[in-house]
Design a protein around this ligand. Sequence first.
Ligand SMILES: [Zn+2]
Length: 287
Amino acid sequence: MARPPSGKPLAGETPAPLPSVLAYHKVTGFELGGTWVPPARFLRQIDALLDAGFRFIDEDGFLEALDGRRRGSRGEILLTFDDGYRCLLDHAVPALEARGIPALIFIPSAYVGEENAWELNLPGRHFRHLGWDEIADLERRGFSFGSHTRTHRDLTRLPDAEMREELARSKEELEARLERPVRSVSYPFGRSNGSVRVAAARAGYRAAFTLYPKRSAEGLNRFDLRREAVYVIDTAWTIRAKLGAGLPFMLEDFKGRAINALAVLTPLIKGGFSRSSRTGRRARAGR
Ligand SMILES: [Zn+2]
């Protein structure tokens, strides 16, 4: 049945509980900004979750729970990585494969194989995004891919037509390369509003992930799905708190919202990445 083009939850579409979702970015050595995790600490975090009895599921398993085709559990974790950095190949993928852990990786389609242009990096340090061959290889090895729009701009600050194109064209570009439906999208900086969520639905996504949704009485919205972000200051203990309840969860929720609010400012601090970067200009020109 075709999904109605709405960002609102559908009647009867509130399967609960959903699996937990973790959002990582870079797994790498020391870097500026807050969205990286050192490789050894990443391993400790994953192993601590396994030791604590959490079970890692893949995108299919998450969507089945979201659709109410099976009952999800907070003891299940969908591991996601935003931005599709190449450093994952060295510092995350081997460890995940050794443990049989799947992951969903969100790709900004205009940056495939390019250097990153929107984050603050140490001088001379350049982070490359996964190339198409690497993405295809990882898909064969069981990792799945979603859209992170085309050019990683804050969708809530774009004119409507551009915002819709960011969502729709990234899906088309990824599907053309992967030769399968792209079902999930992650909003850059976790930023969305009602128009963005309607556009995500109309573009044909089945799930759209943010970081910290606005607290509302509407209940579950499959186009505004919460994820727990893991930042450089996090430890195995704080991640357990994010996945738990009560006061430790509330403190982590407050901390995560504050850090994410700062992360939204990064492109502004950089003076507008799209004006200052060659890649951004090419991407905007729709190469
Ligand atoms: Zn991102």
